[in-house]
Design a protein around this ligand. Structure first.
Ligand code: BGC
Length: 728
């Protein structure tokens, strides 16, 4: 099969003109003509930065005429589109490419299918809190099914950037701060999108992004510079990409940022040494939108021509919509700056992926019937609900939860009654009208709850607050950040609750009511005030299509919450970046003044990594750890459900290498299992951690596992753990 594809690639390449070769490296956007003349990307930018609402976006799209540059397709000048969808439209364009272009090379249609397509699943940060690999895989399989029925063959996902700073708005798009967990997430997502057989027309090619260290942007400001040691790069930021490549991920997108002074789009070390030579990646690289051009703005090259030269020579195969390749590569080969070998390598990488995807043999992956049958099919809703339920994290509960059906309950907040707010920042194809708002979900369970919005144009409507408080004893305040406050280009320096949202909670507390906060948001917030003052906090994120029903099941105890945080919630923004697996300092925080801490703030976070409450309690005991003859670490523990409700628990194993030739983190997640334990029952749980997984990069950048003492911690969060020491 492999040889066969290589042969077909070589044969095709030998027939191509230089223009056709360059065409294969060009991804086009769609121009929108009519409503106003902007590219599809610009329209998406307008949507993501809040200049237009999702509804306006849909309107523009349905009224505007799109220009697909059909003559360019016919002439072989376009390899791929970003964002085109709809079976009929895609097949029409594909027909031009396959039947009317000289060589009949099929188009590769890509789109951002991040957490669902029309049916929307929880935002990735939320979904990661389920710690459930099967679920992660299943939701991307269904997203792939829906998206491919619309003619899409390739998704720009999974986003597997490690994020340790909640100021960064794109923290919502990834799976949190831990390299081990994000690697598991990466593998599950690649499998779910691509399936066993990459050529399956019901699946999508995956694209691991953003390569790499995009989440380490200074100050948590999107697109900002990053600078770090090679050890940190390879121990923290690269592992998810290594895992994705190993899982067969077919495409990778370099990040916008520069790393140690070189933009990732033209970074030889990253794209060649690490990706191609070390990881043996044999798929295709696609730039981020306009990123090749932005090398000029970085000041890393003189002009667009040099940007094209440096990026292509570094191994960046396809240009996403900057037009730098299509405008310059011919000249670069003519004057000898770029070798034909380098050009051919890139073209072969693109063609190989198109062959693997099966597009040469089956260019029409869908039709209108399949689209009609698949899109928003009600059969996907149970999975949307299951993923939403498992993503919810109970952060605080003074005993008020679960609620009882006969209680008098009021619901407040503008977010409560908004279907579109459930879909999160990066769900451009989502159908908000098809989503269940939190209020609807609660009403589906108990239809006599009262609702008042209580917020009008960023002001509290005191009359409405009076009304709802006079009728009810318990108020569910659905508060948080709107979906436009996270995602791309949505960094924030203040991560407390938006003022009006917090004011609403205050005005209810002032009237002596008990308050349960249902949080809707896409980043960890500073909840130090809320934690002190309200009765319960349910972290519900943005959970997609079935959000309301899932939240209501948790509130009323129909489902026992089991989500665990995959990212640290700071006590205050001044602690950022903050993460549990930080290296040991020589002066850990202690009583003495001269230790590593703040004068005005705790050094601990508000809620640590791995944390999340349940309606039951779990007791851990009998921790054992031993190295076996192969040097692998065997760990076992007994976990008992000591409360009154059956429940899931995420049992987490952390390890610390106590003495090493480079300073090691205070603890690192090395394994986990999510288990269902009935009330009163006890379970024996065991783990095997490979010797190789206990290593690190030494000063010479050799990966080693050193002999010595290791501390093993097991528990239901990174803080509440039993520990023991063991010798290797
Ligand atoms: C984002 C990418 C996305 C691309 C294509 C960019 O702005 O950074 O994550 O895949 O747009 O839509």
């Amino acid at each position: 099969m492999k040889n066969n594809i290589d042969k077909r690639v070589e044969e095709l390449l030998s027939k191509m003109t230089i223009e056709e070769k360059i065409g294969q490296l060009h991804q086009s956007g769609v121009s929108i003509v009519g409503a106003f003349e902007v590219s599809f990307e610009e329209l998406i930018n307008m949507l993501t930065d809040g200049r237009i609402t999702p509804k306006e976006f849909e309107e523009y799209m349905s009224n505007a005429e799109e220009d697909f540059h059909e003559d360019d397709i016919r002439a072989g000048r376009i390899s791929s589109f970003n964002g085109v969808h709809g079976a009929e439209k895609v097949n029409r364009l594909q027909k031009i490419a396959v039947e009317e272009s000289r060589l009949g090379i099929p188009l590769l249609i890509g789109a951002d299918i991040i957490h669902g397509c029309k049916t929307t699943f929880p935002i990735p940060l939320a979904e990661s809190c389920s710690w459930d690999e099967k679920l992660w895989e299943k939701t991307s399989e269904i997203a792939a099914d829906e998206a491919s029925s619309l003619g899409i063959a390739w998704t720009f996902a999974p986003m597997i950037d490690i994020a340790r700073d909640p100021r960064w708005g794109r923290i919502s798009e990834g799976a949190g701060e831990d390299p081990y967990l994000v690697s598991k997430f990466a593998v599950a997502k690649v499998k779910g999108f691509q399936g066993e057989d990459v050529s399956d027309p019901n699946r999508l090619l995956a694209c691991a992004k953003h390569f790499v260290a995009y989440g380490a942007c200074e100050g948590g400001r999107d697109y900002n510079t990053t600078d770090m040691s090679k050890q940190r790069l390879h121990e923290v930021y690269l592992p998810p990409f290594k895992a994705a490549v190993k899982a067969g991920c077919q495409t990778i997108m370099p990040a916008f940022n520069d790393l140690n002074g070189v933009p990732c789009s033209m970074n030889n070390y990253l794209l060649k040494d690490v990706l191609r030579n070390e990881y043996k990646f044999d798929g295709m690289l696609i730039s981020d939108a306009n990123a090749i051009h932005e090398c000029v703005i970085h000041g890393a090259v003189e002009n667009r021509k040099e940007a094209a030269l440096k990026s292509l020579s570094a191994g960046l195969d396809m240009d996403m919509t900057s037009n730098c390749y299509i405008e310059n590569v011919k000249k670069l080969t003519e004057n000898g700056d770029l070798s034909i070998e380098d050009l051919d390598t890139a073209v072969k990488n693109v063609l190989r992926v198109k062959f693997r995807k099966g597009l040469f043999d089956n260019p029409y992956i869908t039709d209108s019937n399949r689209e009609k049958e698949t899109v928003s099919n009600a059969k996907f809703r149970p999975l949307a609900k299951e993923s939403a339920l498992n993503s919810i994290v109970l952060l605080k509960n003074d005993g008020i939860l679960p609620l009882k059906r006969d209680m008098k309950i009021g619901v407040v907040g503008n977010l409560a009654d908004d279907k579109w707010e459930t879909i999160g920042a990066w769900a451009i194809m989502a159908d908000g009208d098809n989503c269940i708002s939190v209020l609807e979900g609660i009403k589906n369970y108990k239809n006599d709850v009262s609702y008042e919005k209580c917020i009008e144009k960023d002001k509290i409507n005191e009359e409405e607050v009076d009304k709802i408080c006079s009728e009810n004893d318990i108020i569910i305040a659905v508060v948080g950040e709107g979906r436009d406050m996270t995602g791309e280009a949505s960094s924030k320096a203040d991560i407390t609750m938006p003022k009006v949202q917090q004011d609403l909670v205050k005005s209810i507390l002032n009237r002596g009511k008990r308050v349960i906060i249902v949080l809707m948001n896409g980043r960890p917030l500073d909840l130090s005030w809320e934690d002190k003052n309200v009765n319960a906090i349910v972290e519900a994120w943005q959970l997609g299509t079935e959000m309301g029903n899932a939240v209501s099941d948790v509130l009323f105890g129909e489902f026992n919450p089991c989500g665990k945080l995959t990212t640290t919630f700071p006590y205050n923004v001044g602690q950022c970046p903050i993460y549990y697996n930080h290296p040991s300092t020589g002066r850990p925080a202690g009583k003495s003044k001269f230790t590593s801490k703040y004068l005005d703030m705790p050094v601990e976070p508000l809620y640590p990594f791995g944390y999340g409450l349940s309606y039951t309690t779990f007791k851990y005991n009998d921790l054992r750890a031993v190295f076996n003859n192969s040097g692998d670490l065997e760990v076992s523990i007994k976990v008992k459900n000591t409360g009154n409700m059956d429940g899931n628990e995420v049992v987490q194993v952390y390890v610390q290498d106590m003495v090493a030739s480079r300073v090691r983190p205070v603890k690192e997640l090395k394994s986990f299992k999510k288990v269902f334990i009935k009330s009163g029952e006890e379970m024996d749980i065991s783990f095997l951690i490979k010797n190789d997984d206990l290593g690190y990069y030494n000063e010479e950048m050799n990966y080693i596992t050193e002999k010595g003492t290791f501390k093993v911690f097991v528990g239901g969060s990174s803080k509440e753990v039993l520990d023991t020491e063991v010798e290797l």
